[in-house]
Design a protein around this ligand. Sequence first.
Ligand SMILES: [Zn+2]
Length: 338
Amino acid sequence: MHRTSTVIGTLGALLLAAGAYAQAPASEVDAHVAAARAAAGQEYRATFVNLCMPAAPRGGGPGPAAGARAGGPPATPDRANWYASPYKVFDNFYWLGTRQHSSWALRTSAGLIIIDTNFAWATQPEIIDGLTALKLDPRDIKYVILSHAHGDHDQGVAELQRRYGAKVVMGAADWQATLQRPATAAGGVPTRGASDVTVGPEGTKITLGDTTVTVVATPGHTPGTLSYVFPVKDQGKTVMVAYSGGTLTGGFGTDGARWDEYIASQKKIAGVAAEVGAAVLLSNHSEYDGAYTKARLVPLKREPGEEHPFLVGTDGVQRYFTVMAECALASKLRLGAK
Ligand SMILES: [Zn+2]
């Protein structure tokens, strides 16, 4: 039994190595899906399903939905379906999200860094009022770092720039796309002045006071997608965070280069996260990192042995990026992309 399966496995590997198939055999796709499933466990189930299932429920990337999100009038949905209170999640780090999408504030010795901004209709109730409720001053916002130029993460930036003089940090290609938007786009269009930051493929570091955010170019979800690692304090102890800037791969189709770019980006940010020992994994969607649920657990009493709700450990961080890369490998093969 054992010997038979070994022989079959070896044969299969030989055939693959010889490039005997125009399209990958189902078994190779299955192997990547299985690797992703194993890495996902229970905690990254939604990321696994959205990325690995062939009929993903929603598209990502530059599909028509993204275009509609970037433009059009800012219709405010019913607050009862999205409003969430702000929470302090680490000593110097705050969650300002709706139930679906996250914005974050990183407090430094020289002001605030906002990470992602949500839809325009959430800017006042979630970011500005959220900071005030947490006894922080929105006028201290010095930087807004945007993971990518889709409306569910960037519509608020123009208002924060206009009202508080915040410097905007964005990937080069996503700046390009943003500056082409009509002035009537929801939330308005940020301007790019000399003090704003355009991030190229080499990435950058944003230092404000005592805190540095390492910005890693992770093209894929959009051409200018950025991911980050940065330190936060948990009861005085430094904990490193890895932030995944863009998730979905809908719309990549048979564009092999796009899949390869996305896969390489996940390996790159996973490598940087491993280097700094990142033990917290964050995203801009609660669906993927559980932020909406975890944020309200932070102030509750922890039992002996219970960790901070956002601590997933270095292995947990690595497993997240494994899910992304393995699902992309499976999808690329399944679609016959070259
Ligand atoms: Zn997006």
